[in-house]
Structure formats: C-alpha cells, structure tokens
Design a protein around this ligand. Structure first.
Ligand code: NFS
Ligand code: SF4
Length: 658
C-alpha cells in the first residue's frame, strides 16, 4: 500500500468529543471498523454530489453540471437538478415519518378491533385533548368511539384526495399560517398524496421550474409535519404523555452483571413492549447467572423510552456501533431508521445478537424476529430470550465498559412544560414564557434538533451551540440526537444550569424550580428534552402557543431551530417545515444545494420574504451561536417596535409584515 493511501486510510479516532466514545475508539485503534474509519476512507467525497448538481433521475445519467456541460442531456439546468434532488430528500424524510405514523394508526386500529391485545389506551386524557385539537366534540363519548373518530381523521389526513384542510394542520398551526398555505397553494391534500406527487413531479421531463419544485417540497414538508404530529399524539395516547423523569446517559449505564439490551431505531410500538417484557423476565435472566435484564436506548427509540419509562440513554446516532465494542451488549434490537448496517459487522467480532424486527428493515446476517401487533408481547419475550442466549456466550476478557455516565432529567412534553408554568401563572401558563422574553430575562427559545454527521466533529457543534446559547439566556428545548448529545455529556441536568446558564436563564429556571418544588423529584435541567424527532411536533406546538399569546403569526416569534449536526433526509424534511412554519432554521452542515445559487437563494432569502422563516447555513459552531442570537434579537426588537406603534396609533392589529 502506498504511503499516501496508508495515511488516507488511517483511523481517525479524533472525530468525537464524547470521552466515552473516544475511550472505545482509542482502545480499538481501527481494528474493528466503524463509521469513524469509513468516513476517512471515503475522502475525498464527490463535489458534484455535495453541491446537488448530479442527476441520476433517468437512465441517460448521471448528468453532472460542469463548465463544459451546463445542462443535463435532457436540457435540465443546474437549478432544476438541485431543486429536484432537494425535494426528493424532503420526500425521503416524509416517507420515513409517514411510515412511523402509519404504523401507529394501524396498530391502534387493530387494537380497537381486538386484534392487538397487548396494547391499551394508557392516556385517555390525551385522547380527549387530541380529539379537541382536531375539532371533534368529546361530550358523552365512549373512549373507544372517540379513538375510532380520531383514527378516522388520521387516516383521512394520510390518504384523502380533496382540498379540505388537514386536521393535524388546521388544529395545530396559527390561522395566519393556514392563510399563507392557501395563498401559496402549498397545503397538502394528504400525507401520501404529497409524497406520491413529489415523486411524479420530479420524474424525468415533468417539472423543471425550480420555484415550483421547491414549493412542492414545502408542501411535502407540511405533510411530514402532520405525519409527525399524528405519530406523537398517537404514541402519547397509547403509552402516556411524557412527564419529568430522571435517568442516566452514556456508556457507563451498561451494567456487566445484567443481560444488556440496546434498543435502537424509532417506533415506541416495539421498544415499549420490550421494556415491559424485560421487567417480567428477570427470573429467566437470573437462571443464567445475571441479575436481570437491562434495557438501554440509542437514537430516537432511546428518546422515546427515556421520556416515558426513564430507561437510560446509551448513546446517539454516530456512536451506535461502539456499545457492541464494550463486549457487554448481549443484543441490539432495531426497528426502522438511522440504523447503520455496519452494526452487523461489528457484532460479528463479539457475541452480540443484532435483531431486526420489521419486514421492511432487515440486515443481511442479522437475527430476524418479525414483530407483529397481534402477538407483541410474545415477540418481545422471544427477543429477550435471544439476548439471554447471547449473555451466555459473553467473552469475559473482552468486556471493557467506559465508566462515564451523567444524570439526565427528561420528559418535557408541552403538557409538562405548561404544568411547570402553571405553578407560576395558573390562569395563563404560556404567559410565563412570553413575559420572560418581553422583560428581557430570556432572549428567546431555540429548538436543538437533528442528528450527528461526520462532516463535523461528533457532538462538538452541538455542545458549543448549547453552551453559547445558555450563557446568553436562551431557553432551549431539544429532540433527537442533539438531545442525546446533551444528555450523555452532562448538559441536561440541574448541575448544568449552575455551570452554564447566564443570569437571566438561571433565574428563570430557578423560579420554575421554586414554584414546582412540591411536584418535582429533581431540579430542572438546562435543556428541556421534548423527545424523538417526530416530537419536533411538540416543540412546534410551543411556538404556536407563544404566537397565539402574543397575538401574532409565528414569523414574529423569537423562536429558532438549530440542527448543528444534521444528517438524514428526515432532518431535511423537518428543517423545511420549520422554515415554512416561520422559524429561522440554522443547519450546521450545508446541504446539497449550493450548486445552484438560485435554489440556495430561495432557501436563504426568498423563503423569508414569502414565509417568514428561512435557512441559515453555518458550519462554524461559534458563529452559529451569533447568528442564532441575532435572529432572536431581530424578532424581539421588531415585536417591541410594532407594539409601540400599535399603542401609539391605537390600532387593533400588530403589523402584519415581518
Ligand atoms: Ni432524527 Fe432520530 Fe438521530 Fe437524526 Fe436519526 S435518530 S429521527 S434522524 S440521526 S436525530
Ligand atoms: Fe440527465 Fe435529464 Fe436524465 Fe437527469 S433527467 S439524468 S439531467 S437526462
């Protein structure tokens, strides 16, 4: 092998700042290949792909835009190619979220027909709240009947072909947003229709107008939002609305004396059952010499079971292969999304069972236990038996578990947030938050969301943004793998408030602590964990509540989103609805869009003019803090000016412009 090649392929153990992940990578020194090594081997990556100007939509391609060839074979311009690729990425994300939401609709439907006996309505109050949200009357209705109506509405939002508004848009966004969707003709007919339309519209030789294409992408992103909201609401009905809960995070949660199961993927339909079965199957584990069965979460499954069951969080997306390398994970159970196929090859070097569970999400060589709603608990037990078998084959001399773990307090649904605020202002809880921004105690709210991405240092961008915003008195809510970063690096607990919060944020959180002292088992964290990525719907509901309290539309609210380490198509879809729904949206890894100045300009500037939300690409985490603060400050300042004008001229409405 040439020197140059050797250098290029050298494992790069320094691509994370998580000390526990680093410990495993250092010890491994490239012997077992992980994503951190493969990223290095993948360099240099193709710049046509990176900037979005490679088209593979028909068999005459790939067509790449170069100086010599300024159009594809069919005559498609760079802007068409970039726009088509972009909206197909949004569509991929929407497809994944639709899959998640549809699975919940299906399971609940089976349940009310008596065909999924292991599931039941855990949270009837949430059922009523959801029914009211989507405009159903709840008076005098039986639980089962009400759920059937909610499910019919969900099926309608997923499949209908007419132009009636979606229940899960009309009920969740401001009237101003609904008008905007109508004006721009981007209200989706239904989730599945939008996804299918986008594939048709981007077929070879259909739409070549980049603006029209991008608007279709935004329409699909709204379908994505509805699908996520349905997924969140149905999960809460089925498994309970999250409430504050304290647990632990990072590799130190692995207990060598237990049968250890890593739950990885997304949908709580599977993981909730496994957690339940694990609690029941302690005797079986004891029979093979273990103290019991311990479940731990990775990625959004981790967030789901942390939020509702207090299950410890093992790690986030990028380090998902590393738990296996502790030698103490007996099974990794996966369902759908963000599961690196690479976990299987790592597991081959250890005793760990990789267990796939969904008919449409398999990994060659893995165990497959097909999960079915009608026999959910039986399947969960079968999976745990496989883990117990794995435990028996452990190699004691290969067990080496990093000690690091941190306390995490999670479980902040919007309902839980409003409860905290209600202890201060029972008549109008959300006003506690808007008042704190009006008075300058807080500078605004930022939603930290999204994945990890090896294009930037693992966990570094996220932690830098968190510390910078905390110091500057921004209230943070978090979801997905960014919540994972905060949890596993000790930024999601009460200690972090004392260490990192500026005076305003600190006094705000202390005020909530004092008002809720009788209810809280633990003091509140620096960042409020709202759940998995579908739970970005919760985070947006908070935005709508704030807008309604101020009597403005969401583009006026000092509430921004930040995905410092975005990776997946789902993140592209979420970012797109954040913008469409009026938020400044920072992305720390520039997406594949810069090959067309026109399409890039739509994302950065025209989106703002039309929707009030806009994208910000900023890869430097320190500068990201500055741009986020500037975005919040601009909105607070404008709102103050508009309000002063409103008082001076005694007009009823605050200025409509943004
Ligand atoms: Ni969200 Fe959650 Fe993580 Fe990214 Fe993947 S697990 S759904 S897509 S990588 S945050
Ligand atoms: Fe090339 Fe046009 Fe075919 Fe794309 S659709 S691969 S640009 S010929």
């Amino acid at each position: 092998m040439s020197e140059k090649r050797k250098k290029r392929d050298k494992p790069d153990n320094k691509r994370t700042i998580d000390p526990a992940a680093l410990e495993i990578l250092e010890r491994n020194d490239g012997k077992v290949e992980t994503a951190y090594d493969r990223y290095v081997k993948m360099q240099p990556q193709c710049n046509f792909g990176r900037t979005g100007i490679c088209c593979r939509i028909c068999l005459q391609g790939p067509c790449r835009i170069t100086r010599r060839a300024s159009k594809g074979v069919c005559g498609a311009h760079g802007y068409t190619i970039v726009a088509r690729n972009l909206i197909r990425a949004i569509n991929g994300g929407a497809g994944a979220h639709a899959d998640h939401g549809r699975h919940l609709i299906y399971t609940l439907t089976e349940m009310i027909q008596g065909k999924a006996p292991d599931y039941k309505i855990e949270d009837p109050d949430k059922l009523r709240r959801v029914a009211q949200l989507i405009g159903l009357s709840v008076e005098g209705k039986e639980e089962r009947d009400l759920l059937e109506e909610v499910l019919n509405a969900a099926v309608s939002d997923f499949t209908k072909l007419n132009d009636e508004p979606l229940h899960w848009l009309e009920g969740t966004v401001t009237p101003g947003r609904m008008e905007k969707f109508a004006d721009c003709n981007i209200h989706p007919r239904s989730v599945h229709t939008a996804i299918s339309e986008t594939m048709g519209q981007t077929h070879m030789g259909v739409d070549s107008d980049p603006v029209n294409l991008v608007f279709q992408g935004l329409k699909t992103s709204l379908a994505d939002f509805a699908a996520e909201h349905i997924a969140t609401d149905l999960s809460d009905i089925l498994f309970g609305t999250p409430r504050p809960v304290t647990s632990e995070a990072n590799f130190g949660v692995i207990d060598p004396e237990m049968v250890n199961i890593a739950l990885h993927g997304h949908n709580p339909l599977l993981s909730e059952m496994i957690v339940r079965a694990a609690r029941e199957m302690r005797p079986e584990a004891e029979a093979v010499g273990a103290r019991g069965v311990k479940c731990m979460g990775i990625c959004c499954t981790g967030n789901e079971v942390l939020m509702r069951q207090g299950i410890p969080l093992l790690t986030n997306f990028l380090s998902q292969e590393l738990p296996i390398m502790t030698g103490a994970i007996d099974a990794m159970v996966v369902d759908v999304q963000c599961i690196m196929p690479g976990v299987r090859a790592v597991a081959e070097c250890y005793h760990t069972r990789i267990i796939t569970t969904m008919s449409h999400s398999k990994i060659p060589g893995a165990h497959h236990v097909e999960f079915t709603e009608d026999r959910a608990m039986e399947k969960a037990r079968e999976i745990i038996h496989l883990a117990i078998e794995g435990y028996k084959e452990r190699l004691p001399d290969r067990i080496d578990i990093p000690k690091l773990k941190h306390t995490v307090t999670a479980g902040f649904s919007v309902e839980a947030m409003l409860d905290l605020f209600a202890a201060v202002n029972p008549d109008n809880p959300i006003k506690v938050l808007t008042d704190a921004i009006d008075s300058g105690q807080l500078r605004g709210v930022v939603l930290l969301c999204g994945c990890n991405n090896l294009r930037v240092m693992h966990d570094h961008s996220c932690t830098t943004v968190i510390k910078g915003l905390a110091e500057n008195n921004v209230l943070m809510v978090a979801t997905g793998c960014m919540a994972g970063t905060a949890a596993k690096l000790g930024l999601m607990n009460a200690g972090a408030v004392e260490e990192y919060a500026g005076d305003g944020l600190k006094s705000f959180i202390h005020m909530l602590n004092e008002a809720n002292a009788d209810k809280l088992n633990n003091r509140l964290p620096l960042i409020f964990h709202m759940g998995s990525c579908v739970d970005n719907s919760r985070a947006y509901d908070l935005n709508t509540l704030m807008a309604n309290q101020w009597g403005v539309d969401t583009p006026k609210v000092p509430y921004a989103a930040s995905a410092p380490e975005a990776m997946s198509e789902k993140a592209v879809a979420i970012g797109s609805w954040c913008v469409t729904l009026g938020m400044p949206t920072h992305v720390g890894v520039t997406p594949e869009i810069t090959g067309s100045a026109l399409v890039d300009g739509i994302a950065l500037q025209i989106a703002h003019d039309v929707y009030g939300g806009y994208f910000i690409w900023e890869e430097d985490p320190e500068k990201s803090v500055e741009v986020l603060l500037a975005a919040l400050d601009e909105r607070t300042w404008k709102m103050r000016v508009h309000r002063q004008a409103q008082e001076k001229y005694e007009t009823e409405t605050i200025s409509a412009g943004w």
